[in-house]
Design a protein around this ligand. Structure first.
Ligand SMILES: Cc1ncc(COP(=O)(O)O)c(C=O)c1O
Length: 469
């Protein structure tokens, strides 16, 4: 595609937006889990305004936009306060969970150079932790070992004890982890870290702006934050349960000494001394102002109310699943607002296909096969709709159908063929499949790239293989 010869009119741009978004998930109907955390139109009108007002500003140099620096400091401070930090707790605002995690790993690496005498420093990462930890370790060439999960999908303390050593620079747990929504045994993990003399990171990207409010509402949850001795850093996403616009997370450290290992400074560049606290250089003011505005416009009363209502909706769904839907069950005993459903009697990916026909977007998980359910403010009042659709989808999934048999045969055949064909042969096959039998490819397309993509989207969905998390 080339740049348009003449700039388009506002109307033409709006028309293009409509055309381009036609296949986007219709998130406003709340028939999805994950991706969008939306506090409602009333709050969002001012959040949007903040994003637009500051969209041209840049937090690269804090002296040029002191407003952004001030907002950033206040966001970090609010997060530290919620997570029981003390006057030494400090941190940075980042663009998202992945950047916060990268920063915590980079900090551990540089901190370890000074504090841990090991030729092979390594991270111990809980198996259920977000892949961003392994991604960061791989990018920075840091060795890591995964810690197994116990029967309840929590980090296995015995396995952690067997792996911790003088090489361990940081232990990673989550509160809660994404796949099954379990809160890791942070107190036990942090005690091991403390006694070993290494760092302990708690990934609260999901829970950082949720667990504190659930606790305030009286939900019985274990301690997971800086109140636990041995916890040295945390990540908490403002753009998840903080309900900010996308592009805002916080990474926190127990003290400034630790945070110093996060910073990067190049003193001899001809463009001047270049220092940056986190990964990005230029940082848009939009997400910063929007995050600050969100925290302030929702406030403690708003967050505790939302957390209470979302929790009640989740409890209702979980109760119905346990009492009325014997075909599926919840993995482990997750205590917050996310969980995974599995089944011994039906194929949950087929169930997800049927739910998709009813308009639901649900992530498929593996090891074990399950569907991921996570509710936020947009789902308040949608519990009954989901329960009814889940029941209908289960009834259809249980029925034999020729189409289903055909799909399953196709998947089996494709998996087998992938093993025996070379890439070229396989690619030409996928094109044929995509143009014909693929159930998602309702319109016949003559665009080969589209056909391949559609085929793979369908195949990944049906087999639980994920391209991103
Ligand atoms: C527990 C957890 N940590 C980190 C992340 C990464 O966050 P982001 O997608 O904002 O980079 C996620 C994303 O779902 C998550 O669930």
């Amino acid at each position: 595609m080339k740049l348009p010869e003449h700039g388009l009119s506002k109307d033409a741009i709006h028309q293009k937006w409509n055309e381009y978004t036609i296949n986007d998930m219709n998130w406003k109907d709340g028939k999805f889990f994950g991706y969008v955390y939306y506090p409602g139109d009333e709050y969002y009108s001012v959040i949007k305004e903040a994003y637009a007002k500051f969209s041209a500003t840049n937090a690269l140099n804090p002296s040029t936009f002191p407003s952004l620096k001030r907002m950033e400091n206040e966001i970090v401070s609010i997060a530290a306060n919620l997570l029981h930090g003390d006057e030494n707790t400090c941190g940075s605002l980042t663009s998202g969970g992945t950047e916060s995690i990268f920063m915590s790993v980079k900090t551990a690496k540089d901190w370890a150079k000074k504090n841990i005498k090991s030729k092979t420093p390594e991270l111990l990462i809980s198996e259920s932790a977000h892949p961003a930890f392994c991604k960061a370790a791989d990018y920075m060439d840091i060795h890591y070992q995964l810690i197994k999960l116990d029967n309840e999908y929590k980090t296995d303390i015995a396995d952690l004890k067997s792996k911790v050593s003088a090489n361990t620079i940081m232990i990673v747990g989550s509160a809660p982890q994404y796949p099954q929504g379990m809160i890791d045994p942070i107190e036990e993990m942090a005690e091991i870290a403390y006694n070993t003399g290494c760092l302990m990171h708690v990934d609260a990207c999901v829970g950082g702006f949720l667990l504190p409010f659930l606790k305030m509402n009286g939900v019985d949850l274990p301690d997971f934050d800086f109140s636990v001795k041995g916890v040295t850093s945390m990540s908490a996403d403002v753009h998840k349960y903080g309900y900010a616009a996308k592009g805002a997370s916080v990474v926190l450290y127990k003290n400034n000494d630790l945070r110093k290992s996060q910073f990067y400074v190049k003193t001899d560049w001809s463009g001047g001394v270049y220092g940056s606290p986190s990964f990005l250089g230029t940082r848009g003011g939009g997400p910063i102002a929007a995050a600050w505005t969100t925290l302030n416009v929702i406030g403690l009363d708003g967050y505790t109310r939302i957390a209470k209502e979302v929790y009640a909706e989740v409890q209702k769904i979980k109760r119905v699943i346990k009492e009325e839907i014997p075909d599926v069950y919840i993995l482990g005993e997750p205590k917050t607002t996310l969980f995974a459903i599995a089944s011994d009697s039906l194929d949950v990916f087929e169930l997800a296909d049927e739910l998709a026909i009813l308009g639901w977007t649900i992530n498929r998980q593996q090891n074990p096969m399950s569907l991921h359910i996570i509710l936020n403010a947009i789902h308040i009042g949608k519990g009954d709709l989901f329960i009814n659709d889940l029941k209908s989808a289960i009834a259809i999934t249980k029925k034999f159908s020729v189409n289903k048999l055909k799909n399953n045969l196709q998947i089996g055949a494709v998996k087998g063929l992938k093993k025996i064909l070379n890439d070229k042969q396989f690619s030409s096959l996928t094109k044929k499949f995509a143009g014909g039998e693929n159930p998602d490819n309702k319109k016949k397309s003559c665009d080969v790239r589209n056909d391949e993509r559609t085929f793979w989207q369908w195949f990944f969905r049906r087999t639980g293989t994920r391209l991103s998390g």
